[in-house]
Design a protein around this ligand. Structure first.
Ligand code: MEV
Length: 432
């Protein structure tokens, strides 16, 4: 549930159990969900075996919570499931820096998914297209004849659009069924609808229906978030001059991404660090989300570019915006059956798929700023390697207390943290 205090000062210093207790208290997490989080192999064998084929085990990743997020006036604690150090810390840090500006504002489209029907072997594509459009209401009614809670709740097929595409297999007519999937991601519902109308589409068009499948480019299901950052808040010591320089450096970093797909790919990967981690934590189809977001990033003129937009306003503040397709659901799928995903959705307390999409967009924006701010100032390796030091100690063979001691000693050294250095520090510790 939305919390009264998402700031959680000193949270990172607590033990895992203490953190879980605080999050449970703040969000009213049920004991069943606390247990799911506490149980590191939280997916039991029976459930795992029901989910996919040929199951031989399960694999765990850490869940950490990003703090300080104020979104549309509501404070959220946001669960991330990710293996990479410094992502959660960077998001929390950037979220804190826009609290003065009112946090993040979001605006998300209704949950309209596209289901595609490919029609081939047409002699007269234009006539077939007209015939389909003339039968639009009949086809929509057919889709909405499915017994479905989503349709009872006001969702269902709302419109049908047509496109004529030229391809190496010749020209084809493509139908887009536009389906409001309400609080579901909706893949199964829209795929079923496309299959349901296919015979009738063949009759009407006199063509051959081939593929019937959703599009992961959910271009009618966009999530938007924006935030304003003052120069003072972007500077570590609150100095305006320093903040102005940081903003200029961030804009130079951003312009690199808008001009160069090589940089845009990495820039957007940083955004997806948040979006995919929240998606995974909440039992979403993160591959669908990744595919949609990256495709959307090259939609405007066919050149792959940044998923975010950054500029300076008249007062010299940094203004960030993001707009991405986010097909997420809070009913059905893993979000309802995976015990940890259910716990994470309860921590967020989201009441709709749109609310979840807005949170993910806001976190993506914060994550992008965190990466650009680090890259435009001291670089990411210092902070990243410090947070990664414990993993490096384990890779070097450290066990038990050695792990913490080696990590602390390595961090206290001047100069870059390398695996060789970690090996040497461990050897020195063992020879004491
Ligand atoms: C690392 O996971 C993400 C970054 O590379 C993103 C970026 O370069 O903007 C730091």
């Amino acid at each position: 549930m939305p919390v009264d205090n998402s700031r959680l000062k000193g949270f990172f210093r607590l033990s895992v159990e203490e953190r879980r207790k605080i999050v449970a208290e703040l969000t009213g997490l049920s004991s069943e969900h606390v247990d799911a989080l506490a149980n590191y192999g939280e997916l039991d064998e029976l459930s795992a075996n029901r989910m996919i084929e040929n199951v031989i085990g399960t694999m765990s990743l850490p869940i950490g919570v990003a703090t300080n997020f104020l979104i549309d006036g509501v404070q959220y604690i946001i669960p991330y499931c990710i293996e990479e150090a410094s992502v959660v810390a960077a998001a929390s840090n950037m979220a804190k820096r826009c609290l003065v500006g009112g946090g993040f504002s979001t605006n998300c489209d209704d949950s309209i998914m596209i289901s595609q029907v490919q029609i081939l072997d047409l002699i007269d594509l234009e006539s077939a297209e007209q015939a389909i459009l003339a039968a639009k209401h009949e086809l929509i009614d057919m889709c909405n004849s499915l017994p479905s809670t989503m349709i009872r709740l006001g969702g269902g097929c709302k419109d049908i659009q047509t496109r004529i595409i030229d391809s190496e297999s010749g020209k084809m007519l493509v139908l887009h069924l536009l389906v409001d999937t309400r609080d579901a991601m909706g893949a199964n519902a829209v795929n079923t609808m496309a299959e349901l109308v296919s015979d009738r589409v063949e009759e009407i068009s006199s063509g051959r229906v081939h593929l019937k499948i959703l599009s992961n480019l959910a271009a009618h299901r966009l999530a938007r978030a924006s935030a304003i950052f003052t120069p003072e808040e972007l500077s570590d010591d609150g100095a305006r001059d320093d903040g102005v320089k940081i903003i200029d450096g961030i804009l130079e970093a951003y312009h690199f991404a808008t001009a160069d797909p090589y940089r845009a790919t990495t820039h957007n990967k940083g955004i997806m660090n948040a979006i995919s981690a929240i998606a995974l934590a909440c039992g979403q189809d993160w591959r669908a989300i990744e595919a949609g977001c990256h495709a959307w990033a090259s939609q405007s003129n066919g050149v792959y570019t940044s998923m975010t937009q950054w500029s300076k306003d008249e007062e010299g503040n940094l203004v960030g915006n993001i707009e991405i397709p986010l097909a997420v659901g809070i009913v059905g799928g893993a979000s309802k059956v995976h015990p940890a995903a259910r716990a994470n959705i309860e921590i967020l307390g989201v009441k709709s798929a749109k609310e979840l999409a807005g949170i993910m967009a806001a976190a993506g924006l914060a994550q992008n700023l965190g990466a650009m701010r680090a890259l435009a100032t001291k670089g990411i390796q210092d902070g990243h390697m410090k947070l990664h030091a414990k993993n490096m100690a384990v890779s070097a063979g450290a066990v038990d207390d050695e792990i913490g001691i080696v990590a602390e000693r390595v961090k206290a050294q001047l100069g870059p943290i390398t695996q060789q250095l970690v090996v040497e520090v461990l050897a020195a510790l063992r020879s004491e």
